[in-house]
Design a protein around this ligand. Sequence first.
Ligand SMILES: [Fe+2]
Length: 271
Amino acid sequence: MASPKPLKVLFIGDIVAQPGMDVLQTLLPALLKKTNPDFVIANGENLHEGRGLNDELVDACFDMGIHVLTGGNHSFDKHHIFKRLKTENRILRPFNYPKGNPGIGFGVYEIPNRNKKIGVINLIGRTYMQPVNDPFESVDYVLSRIKDEADVLFVDMHSEATAEKMALGWHLDGRVSVVVGTHTHIPTADARVLPKGTGYITDVGMTGSFQSVLGLDIETAKRRLTMLTPQRYKSAQGDLRICGILATLQEDGTCASMDQLLFPEFETTRS
Ligand SMILES: [Fe+2]
């Protein structure tokens, strides 16, 4: 008997403002055709002008073929989205924020045409960030709730510190299918499968303008760093790229491969 077709999950790194949407609208159809994923997850906390989300952008993401949006420290920045967070299970915000905040931090979803379910968990770190609840304890709790219900499990750990993401990866090795780090917007070169079968990367990187400082206009970023006062967010415009990870999962839920996607790829020589 032929072995079952492996399950492919595409994760798109933090979509930053309109340039992030523009590059997805232009290049995502080709990327989907090339990679043929069964399920698509994207981090959407920077969708609306770099901070937060709105209904229109969320709908545009779902229309493009993204099944679930994860979040982070900017999930609650635009209060107009609160109503949607309370009713829409396809938008996640980090689970380990204090109780009472709108939205949910994990969900179990049908994978189209595969007769399988994927559990998606969104967490946030607390090193150099807000003192939220312990992400390690929180994920243990979530797994106790959904591990029997989901065939595969995917974790987005939104965190500043590489050590915190790496430690969570080890904490979950063999217990979930994939752990990806988000938030720092710089793709790291450590995509791999950990010894017990969990796919891992410290940071997927961002989707948007790379002629920028993490998606922010270069002059604005320099002013923030030199003046040490808040500056109005201005998104950069040039050099648009998609950062992502294509995880191929086996029948038992372990990860067979983690392919890093930089689309188009970075040039490493001067053209
Ligand atoms: Fe963030």
